[in-house]
Design a protein around this ligand. Structure first.
Ligand code: WTA
Length: 655
């Protein structure tokens, strides 16, 4: 495993980067953390006296009952704010409605067709209370799991906050996933209720959502009720007794539903992410620590101020949307812009148009989006002023320095600091990131650890590697926003994250630290690929392929892709008698899209009569990766590949 880091492909592109961007003076002067000295002082305190530090931050939130102890750490099991009682919906809403924020915009929503709807904190508070009563009327109780499968409409955060309000644990499933992915997640979480909508809009067309739920529920007996928000008005077949319209239930619901005091460790949500086996992992986030972690990172990393208009372009189906559209910004009383649709509808300048019209001041997006914008051409952003922007951010994958520079110049007009934030579904909140105003940036580096985060780059024995060398990125101490477990599988949580290098959190990413203490994250070291900033398990794509009747065996690898970060290459052996045709390739690609979602659709499929394996039978993905990357595949792509050369290497055991 140790040499897997060395084979990471992204290392070369960042290795020679030595440009450094100091914090603009004018930014530092007004920033929450105005200097490196101040960051250093806070960081030192946060790691020397973490309980004092986090206790002080937690004190900025509302607690029904104060905690007795800040941290109880029994590696890998953490309890934060032990004995405390809190409600995250209360902290996002009730805490503001008694202040001047009452009539401030909480969510400014723009639909893809172009309508704009604004919910003030008071209006959002009312909607959430009503929907919390709707959930109660359907028998949803504290501790029940509620699956949410929606598009980017304000009703999605309303549903999440309503769950949080009554202590139901939500599990949001990305609307781009197929009904099979929904089945897996509902089975695993044993959700009793599904909240969905008829459809959503994407690139001018309707994306149907309810039909996927309808299909999924054929094999999900745990689900008793479905609530459908009517967004597109297209015809659907509802099942009486089980399916209910959002608007019917809301019309009858009372608008008063006090937030339930919940134990700090009460599970707030489960979010599924890809692991290295076929079964997706449901990471469990709890209430108190997650509240504190998302609250503070939002405030400091975005240097959030009362007058900002903040826009995170992620989908709420991913952790970025949970932490930085919903829970972090709303706890801070921010005005959050939310957009429903595609960045190129009706034209490739939709984002820049939105920024100018709403005077967005903070933009948080993904490297894959930035690379797409570069491809579309500078004429699109150049049509717009973009002068309301003061801070830019990225997340999801390593950003290549050239894309960073383009973002800096073409979008930020060389005026806005960029925060390249490294974190994961598991970490709950940002971990390595510049704090703008305090930390100078280097293109391609997520710079330094956020206060309270003890990060290191180590070898497989856990020993720190010298500055400039590649190694595994680990975290040495617990932090409040960390996932507490894998739902229903604590052993897997322990194994996967806390046993690779005993006693430390293993991120699964390779990284190096330069002589200035800056971290450069190089990407995954395991069999997880990062497509457009979203982690996909190669195993999941493989199992989807193998589920097709024509496929005997499949191996899936990532190869570098200019726009998506990584593209998916699949190597497939067919069942006896099946012909390797172009039609079958297309059929398999569509099959995977149906099984998992179009994000997972292989970019290329190659038929082969054997896969290179180790003596222990493990597929040698490293070789396949090389083949997929260098493109050294001879002959017509529809013919079978000859792996006899690779097969000779099978004695060199990879494990
Ligand atoms: C990658 C998304 C480099 C990394 C919040 C990580 C990054 C995985 C960055 C988590 C970044 C995320 N620089 N790599 N700034 N941000 N990653 O769980 O490989 O969807 O482990 O969480 O994305 O993806 P996840």
């Amino acid at each position: 495993m140790a040499n897997k880091v060395a084979e990471s492909t992204s290392i070369d592109s960042v290795l020679h980067e030595d440009r450094k961007f100091e914090c603009p003076e004018s930014f530092s002067q007004q920033a929450h953390i105005p200097s490196l000295a101040e960051y250093d002082r806070i960081y030192r305190e946060s790691v020397e006296e973490p309980e004092k530090f986090w206790g002080r931050i937690a004190g900025e939130l509302h607690w029904f009952k104060k905690w007795d102890k800040v941290l109880e750490w029994n590696c890998p099991w953490a309890k934060w704010f032990v004995g405390g009682q809190i409600n995250l919906s209360y902290n996002c809403l009730d805490r503001h409605v008694g202040t001047a924020r009452k009539n401030k915009a909480a969510i400014i929503w723009e639909s893809e067709p172009g309508e704009v709807r604004t919910l003030t904190y008071q209006q959002l508070h009312r909607e959430v209370q009503k929907f919390a009563n709707v959930l109660k009327s359907l028998g949803v109780q504290k501790g029940d799991r509620v699956a949410i499968y929606m598009g980017m409409t304000p009703e999605l955060p309303v549903a999440m906050l309503a769950c949080a309000r009554i202590g139901a644990t939500h599990t949001v499933v990305f609307g781009g996933f197929s009904s099979n992915a929904l089945v897996d997640r509902i089975h695993d979480s044993q959700a009793t209720t599904v909240i969905t909508q008829d459809g959503s809009y994407r690139r001018g067309a309707e994306v149907k959502l309810f039909p996927a739920v309808e299909e999924a529920l054929k094999s999900c007996p745990s689900v008793k009720n479905v609530v459908i928000y009517q967004r597109t008005g297209s015809a659907i077949n509802t099942q009486p007794g089980r399916d209910h319209w959002w608007h019917d239930l809301m019309a009858k619901a009372s608008d008063e539903c006090p937030a339930e005091p919940l134990d700090a460790e009460h599970p707030l949500y489960i979010l599924y992410t890809s692991g290295t086996t076929g079964k997706p992992k449901g990471l469990v986030h709890t209430t108190g620590g997650y509240a504190v972690g998302t609250y503070l990172t939002t405030k400091w990393v975005f240097d959030l101020k009362e007058e900002d208009t903040y826009w995170c372009t992620a989908d709420i189906g991913w952790v970025t949307g949970h932490s930085y559209i919903v829970y972090g910004p709303l706890q801070n009383g921010a005005a959050v812009l939310m957009y429903e649709g595609a960045p190129n509808f009706p034209e490739p300048d939709r984002f820049w148009d939105i920024i100018d019209r709403h005077k967005v001041s903070i933009l948080y997006t993904a490297p894959t989006a930035i690379r797409t914008f570069i491809k579309w051409g500078d004429q699109w952003p150049n049509k717009h002023k973009l002068d309301s922007l003061r801070l830019l951010g990225t997340v999801g994958e390593p950003i290549n320095p050239e894309a960073w520079i383009w973002y800096h110049e073409t979008i930020g007009h060389s005026r806005c600091p960029i925060v390249d934030t490294w974190w994961q579904t598991e970490t709950g909140n940002m971990m390595l990131t510049p704090i703008p105003g305090a930390i100078a940036t280097k293109p391609g580096s997520a710079t330094k650890p956020f206060p309270g985060v003890v990060a290191e780059v180590v070898d497989i024995e856990g020993k720190p590697v010298p500055a400039g060398s590649g190694g595994f990125l680990i975290i040495r101490q617990p932090w409040p926003g960390m996932a507490r477990t894998i739902y229903g599988d604590p052993e897997r949580y322990k194994q996967q994250y806390w046993s690779q290098i005993p006693g430390t959190y293993f991120t699964g990413d390779g990284a190096r630290k330069d002589k200035d203490g800056y971290f450069w994250v190089m990407g995954r070291v395991d069999d997880v690929i990062n497509v457009s900033g979203h982690r996909l398990s190669t195993m999941e794509v493989e199992s989807a392929l193998v589920a097709h009747e024509a496929v005997a065996e499949a191996a899936v690898v990532g190869r570098p892709d200019d726009v998506k970060g990584q593209a998916i290459s699949a190597f497939v052996t067919l069942e006896q008698g099946r012909k390797p045709t172009n039609e079958l390739k297309e059929e398999l690609r569509k099959w995977v899209a149906k099984e998992i979602g179009s994000l997972a659709k292989p970019d290329d499929i190659r038929f082969t009569d054997t896969l290179p394996k180790t003596r222990s039978g493990k597929i040698m993905r490293r070789l396949l990766r090389e083949l997929a990357t260098s493109g050294e595949v001879k002959g017509d792509t529809t013919t079978l590949e000859d792996f006899s050369v690779l097969a000779k290497l099978k004695d060199s055991d990879e494990s």
